[in-house]
Ligand binder design. Structure first.
Ligand code: MG
Length: 163
């Protein structure tokens, strides 16, 4: 198969006074994610989409939250390691599309930097990485500001082999 599709989903609870990292970017926010790692929800969803595309399991399998190695880890490192697995399997990213759902703060000012950061980590042009932000119109746990969730879809292409 020359192309593969994957999807990923992640949620973290929010608490006051914690740093908020989304898409590899530090967000100015009174709340941040409760997590074993830095709690970067869109990166976690993206890693799961990448792994899912090749049926390589999930982020919890490769980077267990019971491991001291991953305590407080920068999720950009998790994405880099995930990309190594994708490359070793002979695939590269075609494009990725991510949706972050969070009631506040407003994420629009950070979207460009998230796209640039994620594109760099996946070795693709920025035009091949979409990051979108939405709210849930104050409905549910996202709407009450209790959590942040993200969805990701990726397309992978097999890297042509020489000869
Ligand atoms: Mg997570």
């Amino acid at each position: 198969m020359d192309i593969r599709i994957g999807n990923g989903y992640d949620v973290h609870a929010l608490a006051e006074g914690l740093p908020l990292w989304l898409g590899g970017v530090r967000i100015d926010s009174p709340v941040g994610c409760i997590a074993h790692s830095d709690g970067d929800v869109p990166i976690h969803a993206l890693c799961d989409a990448l792994l899912g595309a090749l049926a390589l399991g999930d982020i919890g399998k490769h980077f267990p939250d019971t491991s001291e190695e991953f305590r407080g880890i920068d999720s950009k490192i998790l994405l880099s390691r995930t990309m190594s697995l994708i490359t070793e399997a002979g695939y590269k990213v075609g494009n990725a599309d991510i949706t972050i759902s969070m009631q506040r703060p407003r994420l629009a000012p950070y979207i460009s930097e998230m796209r640039e950061t994620l594109a760099g980590l996946m070795s693709v042009p920025v035009v091949d990485v979409s990051v979108k932000a939405t709210t849930t119109e104050k409905l549910g746990f996202v709407g009450r500001g209790e959590g942040c969730e993200a969805y990701a879809v990726v397309l992978l292409h097999r890297i042509p082999q020489a000869g």
